[in-house]
Structures are given as structure tokens and as C-alpha cells.
Design a binder for this molecule. Structure first.
Ligand SMILES: [Fe+2]
Ligand SMILES: [Fe+2]
Length: 308
């Protein structure tokens, strides 16, 4: 999926939008608030979704610093801002549905919190090929699939109007994401492999993996709690392999190979993979909160308020 990055950047600039473009007062609130059983679960789901946008935002911020050319760097800076906008839209929806206590931010679940901590500490040190390969997977599996679930569950037309805009952004994120994933497959295969092995042995990356794997299983459990079929998440995860593996360059990217193998284990419920990873999910429930870093400063810009 080779893209013309200059054209893509122009398109991104032309399609910028703001929270104020959405009519937040339009009728439809009771479609959410009138279903108390769903409401409580939805509140947790929305908080997680909002924080996942921030994981994406942080990832793009790190990639902007590593981008091999200025066009791609500029694209990533836009994507960083777009993910923050998505988070703000989700906050505005929570506000609309009466899910926010005053102006306080909803708490992310512990696994999201650990991933955010890791990103904040180490993502700037990671080579582009790691983030460039994992971000499309995260976008397709979490961002993409969760938004779809939300639209299937919630009938409020304002939510649908907002996600129409978000999904257009996401389509571009994925387009660029898979382009970069292929870009990272250029070069001599053995050199790519040796470099990947070297990075894999980096203890900082190992900590990152230990934070990332239980997050996926936690999100799966949360979706099931919400009454959604986990197979839908798996369909989304399989798309990563399908799209990323379409070209030889994509398949040559060792990180694509690693991530698609990991995804294949996630979607196989009988896989032994789930024994240690589900144990990690349980274990992280006991992770001492005082070991967590204070909420990173970049979330301070978060607001449900609309700006023109
Ligand atoms: Fe997003
Ligand atoms: Fe995205």
C-alpha cells in the first residue's frame, strides 16, 4: 500500500475539524441514559477508549521525532493532534451523557496506565520500526474495533455524527500506518532480522511488552463484560495480518512477523499464550498504585469543551 505522502499530508490539512463542528445539544441523550444497565458498563468502556486515544497520541508524538523525512514527521504531528481530538470528543460524549464528575478525568484501567507510563518513559528511545509496526496493530484492533462496537451499541445520533469524523481520520492513520510498516521492510533481510533481535533483547522493550500483552487481554475481558462478542475483536486483529502481509515488503518487516504471530495467539483461545498473559492481567490488579508515575502532563490539555 504505497502512498504519496505529500498528497496525504495535503489531504490531512484539508480535512481538519473541531469539536465545535458537532451539535452537542442535539436530541438523543436519553437513548444512552435510559438504559441503566448498559450505562454503567458504557461509562467504563468510554474511559478506556478515551485513554487508548492517548496511547495513540503518545505513540505518534514519539514517531514524529523519528520520522525519516519531514513530510512524515508533519503527518505524525497532525495524527498526534487528531488522537487528542478523538479523546476530547469521547470526553465530550461522556459529558453529554452525564458520565463525568465535574472536570475530573476518568481513570484508565491499570493496564492502560502501565502502557501509558511505559510510553512516557521509553517510547522516545524506541526505533521507528517498533512503534511503526505496533501502532497499526493497536489502531486496527483497539481504536478501530472499539469504535465499531460503540456504534453498534449506542444509538445516540450525536455519537454517530462524531464517529463519522473520527473514522475518516482513522482511515488515514491506517493508510499511513501500513505504508510505513512496508517501508520498514526495505533493506537486506538479515540486517533487518539482526537489528530486530537486538531490539528485542533491550530490557526496556521487554518491560513494554510486559505492559502491552495484558492490555489486549484486559480489553477483551472488558468487551465481553459489555456483552460484545470477542470474535469481533479477533476479526479486527486478523486484518492486521491480512493488510500488512499483502506485500513482500510488509512481510519482510520482522516486527510485522512478530506482531502478527502474537495476534494469532491472542485470537486462539486454546493457545497456551493465555495462561501467563491472563495471569499478568490478574497480577496487575495488585500493582501498587504508588509505583505509578503521576498522570503525564500531556493529558492536561484534555477537555470536553468545544473550541472553534
Ligand atoms: Fe483515534
Ligand atoms: Fe488513530
Amino acid at each position: 500500500m504505497q502512498l504519496d505522502l505529500d498528497k496525504m499530508l495535503a489531504k490531512i490539512k484539508n480535512t481538519q475539524w473541531a469539536l465545535a463542528d458537532i451539535d452537542w445539544e442535539a436530541p438523543g441523550v436519553e437513548l444512552v441514559t435510559g438504559n441503566p444497565e448498559q450505562y454503567a458498563k458504557l461509562k467504563v468502556f468510554m474511559a478506556d477508549l478515551m485513554w487508548i486515544e492517548h496511547v495513540g497520541a503518545r505513540g505518534f508524538a514519539a514517531m514524529a521525532k523519528k520520522a525519516p523525512n519531514e513530510t512524515l514527521a508533519e503527518i505524525y504531528r497532525y495524527f498526534h493532534a487528531e488522537e487528542q481530538r478523538h479523546a476530547n470528543v469521547e470526553m465530550a460524549l461522556m459529558k453529554r451523557w452525564g458520565m463525568l464528575d465535574g472536570d475530573t478525568l476518568p481513570e484508565p484501567n491499570i493496564n492502560l496506565r502501565l502502557v501509558i507510563d511505559w510510553l512516557d518513559t521509553y517510547s522516545d528511545e524506541m526505533p521507528l520500526e517498533v512503534l511503526g509496526s505496533v501502532i497499526p496493530s493497536l489502531e486496527i484492533a483497539l481504536d478501530g474495533a472499539l469504535c465499531k462496537f460503540l456504534l453498534d451499541t449506542v444509538k445516540d445520533p450525536v455519537c454517530h455524527a462524531a464517529f463519522e469524523k473520527i473514522n475518516e481520520d482513522e482511515a488515514r492513520h491506517l493508510g499511513v500506518g501500513f505504508h510505513v510498516l512496508e517501508m520498514m521492510g526495505h533493506g537486506k533481510l538479515h540486517r533487518l532480522a539482526v537489528k530486530a533481535v537486538g531490539t528485542m533483547l533491550n530490557p526496556k522493550l521487554i518491560i513494554g511488552i510486559a505492559a502491552y500483552l495484558p492490555l489486549i487481554n484486559r480489553m477483551r475481558d472488558n468487551l465481553v463484560k459489555l456483552g460484545l462478542k470477542e470474535e469481533r475483536l479477533y476479526e479486527a486483529m486478523n486484518k492486521y495480518k491480512k493488510i500488512g502481509g499483502r506485500t513482500e515488503q510488509g512481510r519482510r518487516n520482522p516486527w510485522f512477523q512478530i506482531i502478527s504471530r502474537q495476534s494469532a495467539m491472542v485470537v486462539d483461545r486454546k493457545s497456551l499464550y493465555h495462561i501467563p498473559v491472563d495471569a499478568l492481567v490478574k497480577l496487575t490488579d495488585y500493582y501498587p498504585r504508588r509505583w505509578l508515575k503521576p498522570t503525564p502532563t500531556w493529558v492536561k490539555g484534555l477537555t470536553w469543551k468545544t473550541a472553534a
